[in-house]
Design a protein around this ligand. Structure first.
Ligand SMILES: Cc1cc2nc3c(=O)[nH]c(=O)nc-3n(C[C@H](O)[C@H](O)[C@H](O)COP(=O)(O)O)c2cc1C
Length: 223
């Protein structure tokens, strides 16, 4: 296949001072993001969700194969079905599957098998990782670095949701195979995350957690 190259005309450059300010502003905006677990039922326009998913779809991916699919649900019956199936798995997790260490690590969040937010929040976005593609003749098409690619797309999605003025929860009821059944997705797609999206319910509290500092998360090797 011949590749075609075009000028990178959309690149925007800034003066160093402006770059510094922009990097600070972006950090300040994203550090305000927090996961919430109690949502208002206030409706959110489909167009906002669509734009956030468009943003996620700009993510880099292995060989640009874009191995993701987003299912955005605000249908009440489907949300209820998802809640019931998730709570069933979560009950197993909290009572049997989770190790003592895992349960201890979850204690600060006071989470349990009850997931009312899956019905209360206006939108659930199920993100699927396409482990492989399907060629027109039905054979398998190899995909590369699918979890890295989908993880990056989810990061962009979460930041786009936050940037739009909405809140989210990254939810991973484990295992999530029920999402294929309820949302009618094919077997080459593996549920990756279930993102709960909406407005925070009034007056909610969030866990008082701390971020690691720059020196804990990064090493700079200088000249
Ligand atoms: C991959 C992943 C899975 C998560 N799964 C759950 C989950 O199933 N239930 C939940 O309440 N929070 C879940 N979380 C949210 C984390 O607890 C939360 O992101 C973390 O405590 C940091 O808090 P913050 O998002 O408010 O910064 C998950 C987060 C990630 C990144």
């Amino acid at each position: 296949m011949t590749s075609k190259f075009i000028p990178y005309a959309q690149y925007v450059s800034y003066q160093p001072e402006e770059m510094l300010q922009r990097s600070k502003d972006y950090y300040d905006e994203l550090r305000r993001r927090r996961s919430i677990r109690t949502f208002s039922d206030k409706r959110v326009d489909k167009e906002i969700i669509e734009n956030c998913i468009r943003t996620a779809g700009t993510a880099p991916s292995g060989a640009n194969l874009q191995p993701w699919h987003f299912v955005a649900v605000n249908n009440k019956e489907l949300k209820k079905e998802i809640r019931l199936a998730a709570e069933k798995e979560e009950y197993e997790f909290y009572t049997r599957r989770a190790s003592d260490e895992w349960l201890a690590d979850l204690q600060p969040f006071e989470t349990n098998e009850k997931k009312p937010f899956l019905e209360e929040a206006p939108w659930l976005i199920a993100i699927f990782e396409k482990r492989y593609g399907i060629n027109p003749d039905g054979s398998k098409k190899k995909h590369y670095y699918t979890s890295e690619s989908v993880g990056i797309a989810c990061g962009l999605l979460i930041s786009a949701i936050h940037h739009s003025g909405l809140a989210s929860l990254t939810h991973t009821p484990s295992p999530m195979g029920f999402l294929n059944t309820i949302l009618d997705r094919p077997s080459n797609e593996k549920p990756f995350l279930l993102l709960v999206v909406g407005y925070p319910a009034e007056g909610i509290n969030i866990p008082d957690i701390k971020r690691k500092g720059i020196n804990e998360i990064a090493t700079f090797l200088l000249d």
